[in-house]
Design a protein around this ligand. Structure first.
Ligand code: PNW
Length: 491
């Protein structure tokens, strides 16, 4: 009687939060509207347009600044429970510092939030999704020892303005991308390319900044506002290529570097940076003539302050890599984080590719990543805060490969729930096409297509939007569901 199918958790719980995600610079436009200050993406795209694949920028993007009601209408069309978006620091604090709060900036976010709440859509708000005020960058940005203080002061303003209505807070989106891609390399603003210490100085200050915002929320706001505050880390599954001891160890070191330097200080029992990786960097730093490890340690006091400082673990998950001790090694600059890691990365040719070079459909990767984190960090509360698939614009509305990806991903989510992982929500990336960073508008992640050439930035649902809507309303995945895509209706 109790066959596997009956035991299987084949429906999503009623209180599971289904949503979509976006980020301020990628959708808002209005780059200099009212008194908004300049941020590092404004500066980089205006002064170095050649670093963006199609020489585009987020000056107008999807113009959510003027189209926010249409965005919320789309959320209603999809039947979303929740919507994750980010705040532009320099729109709220034009000066970066907290001496002056922009009335226009606050009014815009109030309107956006209130419009969601009017339709019972739960806002999940990221404080920082990569658009640092340029002035703070000029002062050193995340490498400055003042960074945690700047971030705490910004967080206080945000909690004060919006915390009566927002109950889910995410401090940072994807520390690895901020620190490695922005400070240690040239894949995100401010493209510092300081390969030896950029990533690591940024990492320590980012983690301390997160903890300061968390403690401020916990001490001063949570008692009356009653929400939760966490962080979102990108966790793609990094498994061993073979079962050899060398590959198992290589995969462990890769995980410690890619997300462990952010997750371990916050979520592990003992706190601090991951042990083996810290030892590797310390040893290499000494050999390379640095007076101390390029990865700065936490003081005992800092370690205690950071340990446990999160109400949930937000995971952005897209794909997987297989890790090898001896093969498929890249040509990394020395010294750099990936030269410190010194392992090889392999992607099986049979994994179906998306439009983004790094993105493949990797089987069971959500299950592998989340069960690993669940075991390593003693079963924290999880939200998947991003997961999605890119196509080229030419691929049009019949986005069957995106539908296949979402169905596979959500089956993997069901496997997590069945295995006892405390996973409470899933945000698809993205509600609509947007400015895909260095790829400009050439890679499209939207459930809705955006016509960036039209004055209204017209949004039109792709087939995947209908499928996602059906999954949300039925709380189940029907592999045979074929939507009627002639009209999108609001129930
Ligand atoms: C995310 N990876 O970044 C970002 O949070 C979004 O802003 C972005 O538009 C989206 O994914 C799509 O790229 C990622 O290494 C960074 O697999 C790195 C990875 C994945 C996503």
């Amino acid at each position: 009687v109790f066959c596997d199918a009956a035991l299987r958790h084949d429906r999503f719980p009623d209180d599971f939060l289904f949503g979509t995600a976006t980020a301020s610079y990628q959708i808002e436009g209005g780059w200099n509207a009212d008194d908004k200050g300049e941020n590092i993406w404004d500066r980089m795209t205006h002064t170095r347009p050649e670093v963006i694949k199609d020489r585009s920028n987020g000056d107008d993007a999807a113009d959510t600044y003027n189209n926010y009601k249409r965005d919320v209408e789309m959320m209603r069309e999809l039947g979303l429970d929740a919507y994750r978006f980010s705040l532009s620091w320099s729109r709220i604090l034009p000066n970066g510092l907290a001496n002056k709060v922009s009335e226009a900036g606050v009014a815009f976010y109030n309107n956006y939030i209130n419009e969601m709440l009017a339709y019972n859509i739960t806002p999940m708000v990221t404080l920082y999704h990569w658009d640092l005020p340029q002035k703070l960058q000029d002062l050193g940005g995340f490498a400055s020892p003042y960074f945690p203080e700047w971030f705490e002061n910004y967080a206080k303003v945000v909690f004060t303005q919006f915390g009566d209505r927002v109950k889910y807070w995410i401090t940072f989106n994807e520390p690895r991308e901020i620190c490695y891609q922005g400070y240690g390399y040239v894949e995100k603003a401010p493209i510092l390319n300081i390969t030896d210490v950029g990533t690591y100085y940024c990492a320590k200050n980012l983690v301390l900044g997160h903890a300061r915002a968390y403690h401020v929320y916990n001490d001063l706001f949570k008692p009356t506002q009653g929400g939760e505050c966490g962080i979102t880390i990108s966790v793609n599954w990094m498994g061993p290529l073979t079962d050899s001891e060398e590959d198992l160890y290589a995969a462990e070191i890769k995980r410690q570097a890619d997300w462990g330097i952010f997750a371990e200080p916050i979520f592990s029992e003992q706190g601090g940076f991951p042990k083996e990786f810290s030892e590797i960097v310390a040893k290499k730093s000494a050999e390379q003539g640095y007076p101390s490890s390029r990865l700065p340690a936490f003081t005992e006091e800092e370690r205690e302050y950071v340990r446990g400082a999160s109400d949930f673990f937000g995971v952005n998950h897209y794909t997987a890599n297989l890790i090898s001790a001896n093969e498929y090694k890249g040509n990394w600059p020395v010294p750099s984080m990936y030269a410190d890691v010194d392992v090889g990365t392999y992607v099986p040719p049979e994994w179906v590719p998306a439009a983004s070079s790094w993105l493949k459909l990797a089987p069971n990767s959500i299950f592998n990543a989340l069960t690993h984190l669940h075991n390593r960090y003693n079963g924290p509360v999880f939200y998947i805060t991003e997961n999605g698939w890119s196509q080229l614009l030419e691929e049009g509305y019949e986005d069957d490969s995106r539908i296949a990806y979402y169905r596979a991903a959500l089956n993997s989510v069901l496997d997590c729930l069945h295995a006892g992982v405390d996973l409470r929500g899933y945000m698809a990336w993205s509600l609509m096409d947007n400015f895909e960073w260095m790829q400009g508008y050439t890679e499209r992640f939207g459930l809705y297509e955006v016509d960036f050439t039209s004055p209204q930035k017209t949004r039109t649902p792709r087939k995947s939007a209908f499928v996602y809507k059906h999954i949300i309303s039925t709380r189940a995945i029907d592999p045979d569901y074929e939507p009627d895509t002639r009209t999108m209706w609001i129930d």
